[in-house]
Design a protein around this ligand. Structure first.
Ligand code: TRP
Length: 353
C-alpha cells in the first residue's frame, strides 16, 4: 500500500513555536525520511471560515503567511504538495455524503469540538458549518487516501471520528476508504507546549505565543518574561521543574550540543534540572540559556522565511500547482466513492436497469 501523509493548519494567523514542535518539525522529519510516497500539506481555509464567516479577509491574508511558515520550516515543494483546501471542491462533496454517516450526538461528544464551542462562547449559536468541521476533516484525510496524519495531540478526537466514518462507509458501501493512523510527536513536551504565560495552550487570542517569524529581540523579551515556578522567589529556594514552562520549553527545544555551546558548566538538561530543584539556580540564568536555545532553533527558520518573502510569486505558483495536483488526487477518490455509493449515474447504464 502507498504511504501517504495528509495534514494541515487553519490560516487564522502566523504559525508559532507550539505548531512547530507539535507538528511542523515532525512533518519535515517525515518528509525527509523518504518513507512516504505522497505528502499533502493543506492550508485549511474552508475550515477557518467555519468560525470566521464574517472575516474572510483575515483568512485570505493568512494563507500566504502560513505558506511562508511552511516553507521556512523546511517543507519542500519538490517533496510535499502544498495546497489550499477550498481550491479542491471535491472535499465539500465528500463532506456532504459523510454527513449522513454521523449523528449529531456523536459530534456533540467530540471533546475538541466541545472545548472549542466553550472557548468561542458559541453555546447557543453554533454555526452549522463549524459543527460539521470534524466531518469535513474526515473528507480531507480520506480524499487523499492518507495512511498517516501527523498532528498535535489536540487533533486526536478528529482522527477517531474520521476512523469511525471510514469504517461506517466501508461497511455500508464496501471497502473504499483508507483507515488513517495518527502520528504524534515522540517527545511528550512537544505535544502541548504551554503559552509563555504558563496557560495550557499557546494561542493567538491569548497573546502568549512566540511566532516563527518573531525578530530576535521580540523573542528575547518574551522568553525573559516567561512564567516559571511562582514559589521560586529567591535564587537559593528549591524550585519545581515539572509543569514549569521554562523547563517544558527546554525539554521541547534543547539539544545536547547547546550545553557545550552556551552553558558548558552543566553536562546536560538533567544536571540543570537537579540544580534548580536543589536551589541555588536563578530563573534569569535558565531563561538566558533558553533564549539562546530558541534563538538558535528559530534563526535558520526566520532567515529562510525572509528569503521566500522576496519570492512571493514563486510561493503563489507553488500553491497554485499544488492545489491543481491535490484536486486531481481528490477527484480520483471521489469517483471511487460515487461508484461505491452507486451514484455514478452516467458512468454506466445502471439508471436504465
Ligand atoms: N483542524 C486542523 C487545525 O486546526 C486543520 C486541519 C483541517 C487538518 N483538516 C485537517 C489537520 C486534516 C489534519 C488533517 O490545525
Amino acid at each position: 500500500m502507498k504511504q501517504i501523509i495528509l495534514t494541515g493548519d487553519r490560516p487564522t494567523g502566523r504559525l508559532h513555536v507550539g505548531h512547530y514542535v507539535g507538528s511542523l518539525k515532525e512533518r519535515v522529519r517525515l518528509q525527509n525520511s523518504g518513507r512516504y510516497d505522497e505528502i499533502y500539506i493543506m492550508i485549511a481555509d474552508a475550515q477557518a471560515l467555519t468560525d470566521n464567516a464574517e472575516h474572510p479577509e483575515k483568512v485570505r491574508q493568512n494563507i500566504m503567511q502560513v505558506a511562508l511558515d511552511y516553507l521556512a520550516c523546511g517543507l519542500d515543494p519538490a517533496k510535499s504538495t502544498l495546497f489550499i483546501q477550498s481550491m479542491v471542491p471535491q472535499l465539500t462533496e465528500l463532506t456532504f455524503y459523510y454527513m449522513n454517516l454521523v449523528t449529531v450526538s456523536r459530534v456533540q461528544r467530540n471533546p475538541t469540538v466541545k472545548a472549542e464551542i466553550a472557548m468561542r462562547n458559541f453555546e447557543a449559536s453554533i454555526p452549522v458549518g463549524f459543527f460539521c468541521y470534524p466531518i469535513s476533516q474526515a473528507a480531507d484525510i480520506t480524499a487523499f487516501c492518507a495512511t498517516a496524519v501527523p498532528v498535535g495531540e489536540d487533533q486526536m478526537p478528529m482522527l477517531e471520528q474520521c476512523k469511525e466514518i471510514v469504517h461506517k462507509f466501508n461497511s455500508v458501501y464496501g471497502e473504499t476508504l483508507t483507515d488513517p493512523q495518527i502520528i504524534l510527536p515522540q517527545n511528550a513536551s512537544c505535544q502541548r507546549l504551554p503559552g509563555i504565560d504558563g496557560k495550557a495552550k499557546m494561542s493567538k487570542s491569548l497573546g502568549n505565543c512566540i511566532y516563527l517569524s518573531d525578530e530576535p529581540e521580540e523573542i528575547r523579551k518574551k522568553v525573559m518574561s516567561m512564567f516559571t515556578d511562582p514559589n521560586h522567589l529567591r535564587v537559593e529556594d528549591p524550585g519545581t521543574v515539572e509543569g514549569n514552562p521554562v523547563f517544558i520549553y527546554l525539554d521541547a527545544f534543547c539539544r545536547p550540543e547547546y550545553f557545550e555551546e552556551f552553558l558548558p558548566e552543566y553536562s546536560g538538561l538533567e544536571e540543570l534540572k537537579d540544580h534548580y530543584r536543589r536551589g541555588g539556580l536563578g530563573d534569569v540564568k535558565v531563561k538566558k540559556f533558553l533564549n539562546r536555545v530558541i534563538q538558535a532553533e528559530l534563526e535558520p527558520i526566520r532567515e529562510r522565511r525572509k528569503s521566500w518573502e522576496q519570492r512571493l510569486p514563486e510561493v503563489y505558483e507553488i500553491l497554485r500547482e499544488g492545489s491543481a495536483a491535490a484536486e486531481k488526487k481528490a477527484a480520483k477518490t471521489l469517483a471511487r466513492v460515487r461508484h461505491a455509493m452507486r451514484i455514478d449515474y452516467f458512468e454506466n447504464d445502471n439508471l436504465l436497469k
